[in-house]
Design a protein around this ligand. Structure first.
Ligand code: 5GP
Ligand code: 5GP
Length: 222
């Protein structure tokens, strides 16, 4: 089982669209970031960096290294801003106890990223650096795909905008016609690669949860 963590095939950097993620959890704010009102982000935020096998499955909970906030104390400002929590309840960590979103992502995915990513600090720093380097919100905004409660955008146009800038095909996940997640895929040396498509992804077709026209909704002020 320990070998498993070293032979994953690639990384998925998963971004959340805040208003879609918050749709199910507005009722429990302000314990999460869904109630920031006019300060609410209209930018994709980070879900996690996930090592995946080439067959579309992925390892989870590879070591017993539990999350220690002290190890990322210098990153907390960035994590609060760019990696906020939208869920309502504590996240389940690998030992079955309640933890934060960060604890959940580090323990479930980060601990399986060795040796490319070797500790908790490096996991969060690497993820933040990828997020800033490939600013998917800026890429979409520059092509006119901006947060809106009225517009719908062609899925193919959004995928093309990412392809033209990132030089690889993203993977979009939708919920009720709204973009919920935008995922970028990387080789283990962090060079961009296409996300898996039908032939390599066993559980769902890449971007297959999205209709032909998708929305990027805004927060509705409470
Ligand atoms: P979590 O936030 O618990 O890591 O994942 C939330 C959802 O994202 C899961 O229910 C699952 O559908 C999907 N997911 C989580 N990790 C992975 C992964 O490593 N690869 C893929 N393809 N999907 C994942
Ligand atoms: P999924 O079904 O994809 O795992 O998660 C759907 C939404 O629920 C995500 O946007 C995420 O913010 C939230 N979520 C996922 N897993 C957990 C969890 O373990 N605890 C909490 N509180 N929220 C979660």
């Amino acid at each position: 089982a320990e070998e498993k963590s070293t032979d994953f095939g690639y990384f998925v950097l998963s971004h959340l669209w805040p208003a879609t993620s918050c749709r199910q959890s507005r009722h429990c704010c302000p314990t999460n970031a869904c109630c920031r009102g006019s300060n609410a982000p209209t930018e994709f935020t980070i879900h996690g960096l996930w090592p995946n096998y080439n067959d579309g499955t992925w390892p989870a909970c590879c070591t017993k290294k539990s999350f220690d906030e002290k190890e990322v104390s210098t990153l907390l400002g960035a994590l609060e801003k760019y990696w906020p929590t939208y869920g309502c309840f504590p996240y389940i960590t690998c030992d079955g106890s309640n933890g934060s979103f960060w604890a959940h992502e580090w323990e479930k995915h980060g601990t399986c990223s060795s040796p490319v990513v070797w500790d908790e600090y490096n996991y969060f720093l690497t993820t933040l650096n990828l997020y800033f380097k490939y600013n998917v919100t800026r890429i979409l905004n520059e092509e006119g795909y901006v947060a809106s409660n009225t517009e719908k955008y062609p899925l193919g146009g959004i995928i093309s905008a990412i392809q033209n800038s990132f030089h690889a095909t993203p993977w979009l996940v939708c919920n009720h016609g709204a973009i919920d997640e935008l995922r970028l895929c990387f080789y283990k040396d962090f060079k961009p690669r296409d996300c898996p498509t039908e032939s390599t992804q066993n559980d769902r077709v890449s971007s297959g949860s999205c209709p032909d026209y998708v929305s990027l909704p805004l927060y509705v002020p409470l």
